[in-house]
Design a protein around this ligand. Structure first.
Ligand code: SAM
Length: 229
């Protein structure tokens, strides 16, 4: 759990943009005094049933056929960690990088709460969060990941107007920004067997690079780059 001193330090910075972190009985929240947002894996439970997981497009895009689990995956753009949770529940071992310290602290709090929930604790046990820039991190890994996942943008794909409004709180954080090319180059420098890139269905290729193939859903597309290693 985040210390009082650290919370105060973050809140001093957040005050400048009209936001605050607040401890509640449910967990740590980011609020503007009216709306609030928190990372919460409990909402993901229905998607985590083994029978459902095998149908998840993300799992199909990431899994390397013929290789046993756990396959090692780096999620270079963790956000609220929902994609990583799906992958960890499907058996991947996931290292997550999040460079925005406020998003990272919300995710850390969410993971700590999830570790106490019987249906989530095994999956969360396969997740390791690093608060830092994955562009630097992936160039200095002490192992070769099998897969790198990239999902750099919070695009307007959330469903309801309320959820969109809540995500505007996150957009106010003005996170630092690495370019698409830096991110893709760093992912390639980690020498994975595959890079999976999550895009809006009609969105352009990341860094204009054509993938080996794509999997398409209703609103989302996974561009997969496959490397012979
Ligand atoms: C669209 S969100 C990812 C959502 C995530 N896939 C999920 O399931 O919740 C993108 C996140 O990546 C983070 N990010 C972008 N570039 C990054 C980098 N170079 N290193 C670490 N985090 C990064 C942003 O701060 C943001 O929180």
């Amino acid at each position: 759990m985040i210390s009082k001193e650290k919370l105060q330090e973050y809140n001093n910075k957040l005050a400048g943009i009209g936001l605050a972190l607040e401890h509640t009985a449910e967990g740590l929240k980011l609020t503007d005094g009216e709306l609030s947002i928190m990372a919460d894996f409990r909402e993901m439970l229905p998607r985590l049933k083994q029978s459902n997981l095998q149908r998840e497009m993300l799992v199909k895009a990431a899994r390397i056929k013929g290789q046993e689990m756990p396959q090692l995956l780096v999620d270079a753009t963790a956000g609220f960690g929902e994609d990583s949770l799906i992958l960890a529940a499907a058996g991947f071992k996931v290292r997550l990088y999040e460079f925005d310290e406020i998003i990272a602290v919300l995710l850390q709090d969410c993971m700590e709460r999830a570790a106490e929930i019987p249906e989530l604790k095994d999956a969360v046990g396969r997740m390791e969060l690093v608060c830092g820039d994955s562009v630097a991190g992936m160039k200095n890994l002490d192992y070769k990941p099998d897969i790198v996942l990239l999902d750099p943008m919070f695009p307007a794909r959330q469903k309801s107007a309320l959820i969109k409004k809540k995500f505007q709180l996150i957009q106010r954080l003005e996170s630092p920004c690495s370019t698409e090319i830096e991110l893709l180059n760093a992912a390639e420098a980690a020498e994975p067997k595959r890079i999976v890139i999550k895009r809006p269905l009609k969105g352009p290729y990341l860094a204009d690079r054509k993938p080996s193939y794509s999997l398409e859903g209703k609103a989302i597309r996974y561009d997969c780059m496959v490397y012979a290693r």
